[in-house]
Design a protein around this ligand. Structure first.
Ligand SMILES: *Cc1c(COP(=O)(O)O)cnc(C)c1O
Length: 371
């Protein structure tokens, strides 16, 4: 039996009747962009995140870009980002013309280390973009305190954290949070999509303007906006899936619980941790091991498919060569890039599959190919 890293057809199989009905409803409606499905989804997702405002957009990357643009961040500005994240966080900053300034992670939480923030602030710094990486909330109080001290905006990259809670409060809108609905995310569309959730009415209005050519009244263009809209079809899919998100996150949590119990204390393996104040939604289950290539090969041989999130730190990517960051300048990010390994996790893994992963890790760590 093979264990896929993620089975994207499984959620469709589970919800086929509901998703098919929603598809037919949209196809027959003649409304394909910015129609009733979008309005309903925005209201439902805002309510899910705690009664705040939601603006749907074309992708998670765009969600970050549009918030930064709505804050008038651009050329000559600096924005603090985690050194260890998916490169989209950095690309969003670069897309505005601003410069991403990396801060190293706390290697136990994988999230940016608030204690390292002050040293990265310069007179040009405008914002901090914490990422709730792998589904685990970053320490928003500590980050917010630094931001307040220096007069900086906070923009949460919540692309991996739908439904997570920070000190009991759902992620999404303490500041402005950018979500992605890429198919593999905890709440995934059947294509690209994203959303901004915020309590700030003026900010939400500005993002709404920017996503649709800078216009609210057709052919009246107030600012140089872009085209970044969520299809009605995707909004309809997301409305169905949103009603299952809590249950799916609970199933992820159960898988993570088994991994954390049944892989505890193994030599050479560092398991992900949790905090009392954070409700982790386990977008990814990321372990660390010095012999990553060896373990990954042995797991593959045992039919267990794993991935690496992410093998190249953004500052080591060709895309950011222009920053001239020397190799070794961000040692924690580079070390994590070399050691992290993501085990299969998702709401549709069976108990047997979880058992197979656990057995394969035990055998693989002992350096043996599985039987
Ligand atoms: C997925 C992701 C994004 C980008 O989302 P897209 O919808 O793919 O544009 C941004 N940041 C993080 C941390 C992500 O995981």
């Amino acid at each position: 039996m093979t264990v896929p890293f993620l089975d994207l057809a499984a959620p469709y199989a589970e919800l086929k009747a509901e998703l098919d009905a929603a598809t037919q409803r949209v196809l027959a409606s003649g409304r394909y962009l910015l129609g009733p499905e979008n309005e309903a989804f925005e209201a439902e997702f805002a309510a899910y995140c705690g009664g705040r405002r939601c603006v749907s957009v074309g992708s998670g990357l765009d969600a970050i870009v549009l918030v930064l643009r709505a804050l008038d961040i651009g050329a000559d500005d600096e924005v603090i980002v985690p050194s260890h994240t998916f490169i989209a966080t950095w690309l969003a900053v670069a897309a505005t013309g601003a410069t991403p300034v990396p801060v190293e992670p706390d290697p136990l939480t994988f999230n940016l280390d608030p204690a390292a923030l002050d040293a990265a602030v310069t007179p040009r710094t405008r914002a901090i973009v914490p990422v709730h990486l792998y589904g685990r909330p970053a320490d928003l109080d500590a980050i917010g305190a630094v931001a307040a001290r220096h007069g900086l905006a906070v923009v949460e990259d919540a692309a991996q954290a739908h439904g997570a809670r920070y000190k009991g409060e759902r992620i999404g809108g303490r500041y402005a949070a950018a979500f992605s609905f890429y198919p593999g995310k905890n709440l995934g569309a059947l294509g690209d999509g994203g959303a901004v959730v915020t309590d700030d009415a003026a900010l939400a209005a500005k993002v709404r303007l920017l996503r649709n050519y800078g216009s609210t009244v057709k052919y009246h263009h107030e600012v140089k906006g872009t085209n970044s809209r969520l299809d009605e079809l995707q909004a309809a899919m997301l409305r169905v899936k949103l009603t299952h998100l809590d249950e799916w996150n609970a199933r992820r949590s159960a898988v993570a619980g088994r991994y954390r119990t049944e892989l505890a204390g193994l030599d050479g393996l560092v398991l992900p941790t949790t905090s009392e104040w954070a409700e982790h939604v386990w977008h990814l289950f990321v372990v660390r091991t010095a012999d990553r290539a060896g373990l990954q090969d042995r797991l593959t041989a045992a039919g267990v498919h794993t991935l690496v999130h992410y093998p190249i730190a953004p500052h080591r990517s060709a895309a950011f060569a222009e920053l001239g960051t020397a190799p070794g300048a961000l040692p924690l990010a580079e070390r994590l890039a070399a050691e992290v390994l993501s085990l299969p996790i998702g709401p549709h893994l069976t108990d047997d599959q979880v058992g197979q992963v656990i057995a394969a890790v035990h055998t693989g760590l002992a350096g043996r190919a599985a039987a």
